[in-house]
Ligand binder design. Structure first.
Ligand SMILES: [Zn+2]
Length: 141
């Protein structure tokens, strides 16, 4: 009998429902330390629903988000002038080869731009949460 992934998720959540978090895990919305709270619960400070179960980690602060999306921004800035040159080269006289190439690189540039656009707010939020965590750890020492 095959078990669907939804069923596996439910079983895994059920295994963790009565356990409490032993280490320092932080709310992904406000940075509150969820230590000694249930694995699947609501942040007492901001009401963010989270699931800190391993392999799930929904609504939990992830350090990876604190990295500035420099490569996405750099790729966008690198592709944009190439798109301009390819399309400008294909306009007069009309050369569909350059125009199609320009459109192709344009799609790549747009993909990087959209990625950077979505990662920037996550970066700023994660950075403020990381700052809060660092301040609270300092106070504990
Ligand atoms: Zn919170």
């Amino acid at each position: 009998m095959a078990v669907s992934s939804n069923e596996l998720e439910r079983i895994a959540d059920d295994m963790y429902k009565d356990r409490v978090i032993r280490g320092s895990v932080y709310c992904g919305n406000c940075g509150y330390n969820l230590h000694s709270l249930p694995y699947i619960y609501t942040c007492p400070e901001c009401g963010n629903q989270y699931n800190a179960r391993p392999l799930k980690m929904d609504g939990i602060f992830v350090l990876h988000d604190t990295y500035f999306p420099a490569s996405d921004i750099a790729a966008t800035l690198l592709c944009a002038p190439i798109v301009y040159l390819l399309i400008a080269g294909g306009v007069n006289p009309t050369d569909y080869g350059w125009l199609i190439l320009g459109a192709g690189v344009g799609v790549v540039a747009l993909t990087f731009a959209v990625k950077a656009y979505h990662r920037l707010p996550r970066f700023f939020k994660a950075r403020s949460i990381a700052r809060r965590i660092a301040l609270e750890e300092q106070e504990e020492e």
